[in-house]
Structures are given as structure tokens and as C-alpha cells.
Design a binder for this molecule. Structure first.
Ligand code: ATP
Ligand code: MG
Length: 387
């Protein structure tokens, strides 16, 4: 191993208790990875039925800004991470006064605010789509401006296409800005995308980086639908995406698992956004890589060396949204999917299905990427996804 290590960095070994802010599916996969390695996990989440809280060793059922709950987490865990970029950065700072917190409050604060994220990327010399910051109606460009057609995106708390409106002129932009109750927004030029890719990487406290292969992503109604890994399209683009994602991590002095989303536009990469946590498009790593993105999160948090990010099978991941549930508590007919020998099913144990809610995903593995795509799309059609 030639990874850089530093003597003063103390490694946290099993069976230590690790802390997780957030109880969604990303937290649940972290708990599973930590358990496999012999660690225990305490989850802090306000939902008594959260997917991660249900399987954790301890669940602190409280709001993310509850000081007493945060102190309890810090005092009972050896180190703390998060699965949710909208956790208040102040909460991470408070925890960091007591125990190691990865990623840092600073990185999360940048990623959770679209304006600071865009400004950071621009200043770091990374290519981004043309945008303007909108604080008041007067900031909206006039008709005829090259920005239209555009997408108005709220600066905070947007996810899965929520808090976004597609607008073709100033009047529509104003209507959307009013609908968002004059929250700070970014107006971004609507681009004609060739395709979209993302890179998930892990960066440790010594600056070592392990990057998973670039995945190719398609979205349905603004929500990730299918990820193909490794991405099709040009190898040069896939390599460049890895380089840019590493640059983002370095410029942020990032410690943790980072997801970076890109647009490919006229053969060029633009950074769309970043997530300071494992990423939905990295779920294929659970079944197709030597170390998955959640084990990397455990490794970075505990100060262990990064695992190999090598992919051993081509993989196609398909998200399962609540839309395909016949009713809130009646599951789809899974048999045809489960009968496939190359398909790995992951259901998150969420209480009730709702349209647009991520309930699970499956990944099809194969030595041959085209075969994996074919089978994944056949099952996707059988489950009536996107119809
Ligand atoms: P998530 O956090 O779930 O990735 P989000 O709500 O933060 O989603 P974005 O990543 O900004 O949303 O956008 C969701 C999708 O909408 C993108 O992956 C892309 O398909 C499309 N999209 C967003 N911005 C643009 C743009 N400027 N031009 C063309 N398409 C876009
Ligand atoms: Mg996105």
C-alpha cells in the first residue's frame, strides 16, 4: 500500500459506536456497512420509523437542531457523519467541538446552498451552466435574455427536482419566484444535454482519493431513474469527469464520500451539483464494486485506509419509486424481478408508498454491459416504471 497515512491520525476500530445524522435509505446502507465491519451505529432522526433508525443499535428520535440530542450523540459516539445535506451546518459544528465529524460543517454548508455551491465551483475554475442569483423580482432577466428558456431553482432544501420550475420568459419566471415565496433562487440556463454522468469518490483525511467508475444517469420528472456503470459514451468524458470530481474534493479539502453530478453538453462537461454524502447514482457500487460507497464512508469516518473502488461487474441500477405501488401499503408484484438470477433487489423498509418517494432500487449485474442494460430495462418495463 502506498496510501499516505499520518501517525497522529487515530483509527477507530470495531466495535466502536458511530453516529449518523439522518435516518433515510443512505443512512440505512451506512448502518448495514458498519454492522458488517463490526461497528455499532446510533442514528439521529426525527422520524420514529426511519429506514436507518429501525435497524440501528440506537435511535435518538429528535430534530437535527435539538441541542440535547446532539450532545447525546456526540457523547455516545466515537465519530459522526451525515447522510443528508440539509442537516444544519451549525449542528455539525457543535458536534465537531466534541468528536470528529466527516464531512466537515464547512463542506456541507457549501453543498447545501445552491448559491454558495455555484460560486464555489466558479471560483475553483470548474465549468458550470450559465446562471444568475435571484434575490428579488428585479433580478430576473428581461425577455430576450440568452438565459431563457431557464430553470428557476430554490437555493435551499431542493431535492429530486423539488423547488424547481422550468420557465420560458420573465413572466413565467416571476410566477415561479412568487410561488417559491421569494426564497433566494438560482436561475439557470436550460441546456440541451447530450447525457448526464456522475462520479462518486471517497477522500480521506490525508488526501488519498478513491474514485468509483463514472456512471451514466437518466432522470424521470427530475428524479434519478437509471444509472449505467461504467458510463457509455466517450472514455475521455468519463476520465475528465473523474478528474473534475477530484478537483472539487481537493478544493473543498473534503473528507468523506462525495457525489458530483455533471451535464455533458456539446461534448463538454459542466458540473451540475455536488452531494456531501453517498449518492443515489453510486448505489451500483453495493453489488458491483470491491468496496461500496457506504463502506468507504465508514472507512473515512474511522480513519481506516480506503478500500479498493474497483468495479468487478457491469451494472445497471433502476430506482423504484412509490409510483409503481398499487396503493400506499400494497407492494408491486415482485416475483418476475426477484426470479432474475443476475438481479439484486434492495427495498428500504419505508412505511407508506407515495408518488416520487424512493422506496428501493435494483441492480442488474453482468460481465457484459449491453446485456445488463437489456435485462434491467426488461424488468423496468415489467414493473411499469415510467409508463
Ligand atoms: P437531486 O438532488 O435529486 O439530484 P435536484 O433537485 O437537486 O436533484 P438538479 O440536479 O438540479 O435537481 O436537477 C435535476 C435534473 O433536472 C438534472 O439531473 C437534469 O436532468 C435536469 N436539469 C437540471 N438543470 C438543468 C439545466 N440547466 N438544463 C437541462 N436540464 C437540467
Ligand atoms: Mg441533481
Amino acid at each position: 500500500m502506498n496510501a499516505k497515512t499520518s501517525a497522529q491520525d487515530t483509527v477507530i476500530l470495531p466495535p466502536a459506536m458511530l453516529g449518523m445524522l439522518g435516518g433515510g435509505q443512505l443512512g440505512r446502507f451506512f448502518v448495514i456497512a458498519a454492522h458488517e465491519m463490526g461497528y455499532k451505529v446510533t442514528v439521529l432522526d426525527p422520524d420514529s420509523n426511519s429506514p436507518a433508525g429501525k435497524i440501528a443499535d440506537a435511535h435518538i428520535c429528535a430534530a437535527f437542531d435539538d441541542q440535547a440530542a446532539l450532545l447525546k450523540l456526540a457523547n455516545t459516539c466515537a465519530a459522526i457523519t451525515t447522510e443528508f445535506e440539509n442537516v444544519p451546518a451549525e449542528s455539525l459544528s457543535l458536534l465537531a467541538d466534541i468528536k470528529p465529524v466527516r464531512p466537515s460543517a464547512y463542506s456541507v454548508a457549501i453543498a447545501q446552498h445552491r448559491v454558495s455551491e455555484k460560486n464555489f465551483l466558479k471560483q475553483a475554475g470548474l465549468p458550470v451552466a450559465p446562471f444568475v442569483v435571484i434575490n428579488q423580482a428585479e433580478d430576473l432577466p428581461a425577455d430576450g435574455d440568452a438565459m431563457y428558456p431557464a430553470i428557476l431553482k430554490v437555493a435551499r432544501f431542493g431535492y429530486d427536482g423539488k423547488g424547481q420550475a422550468r420557465v420560458s420568459n420573465q413572466q413565467e419566471a416571476l410566477a415561479a419566484f412568487n410561488a417559491f415565496e421569494h426564497e433566494e433562487c438560482v436561475l439557470e440556463k436550460m441546456l440541451k444535454l447530450d447525457y448526464e454522468v456522475s462520479v462518486v469518490l471517497a477522500r480521506d483525511a490525508q488526501g488519498n482519493v478513491a474514485s468509483f467508475p463514472t456512471s451514466e444517469n437518466s432522470h424521470l420528472n427530475g428524479i434519478l431513474d437509471v444509472s449505467i456503470a461504467p458510463a457509455r459514451g466517450s472514455d475521455a468524458i468519463s476520465h475528465q469527469a473523474q478528474k473534475l470530481a477530484s478537483m472539487v474534493a481537493e478544493k473543498l479539502d473534503y473528507t468523506g464520500v462525495l457525489g458530483v453530478e455533471f451535464f455533458v453538453c456539446d461534448g463538454e462537461l459542466l458540473v451540475n451539483e455536488m452531494a456531501p454524502r453517498p449518492h443515489n447514482s453510486g448505489h451500483y457500487t453495493i453489488d458491483a464494486c470491491i468496496t461500496n460507497q457506504f463502506e468507504q464512508q465508514v472507512r473515512v469516518l474511522t480513519g481506516l485506509p480506503l478500500g479498493s473502488a474497483k468495479q468487478h461487474s457491469s451494472a445497471v441500477m433502476v430506482n423504484l419509486l412509490g409510483d409503481i405501488w398499487p396503493s400506499a401499503d400494497e407492494a408491486p408484484a415482485w416475483l418476475a424481478a426477484l426470479a432474475q438470477s443476475q438481479l439484486k433487489m434492495h427495498l428500504y423498509g419505508k412505511q407508506a408508498a407515495r408518488a416520487g418517494r424512493k422506496m428501493g432500487h435494483y441492480t442488474v449485474l453482468s460481465a457484459n454491459r449491453d446485456e445488463a442494460i437489456k435485462l434491467a430495462m426488461q424488468v423496468r418495463a415489467e414493473l411499469n416504471i415510467g409508463t
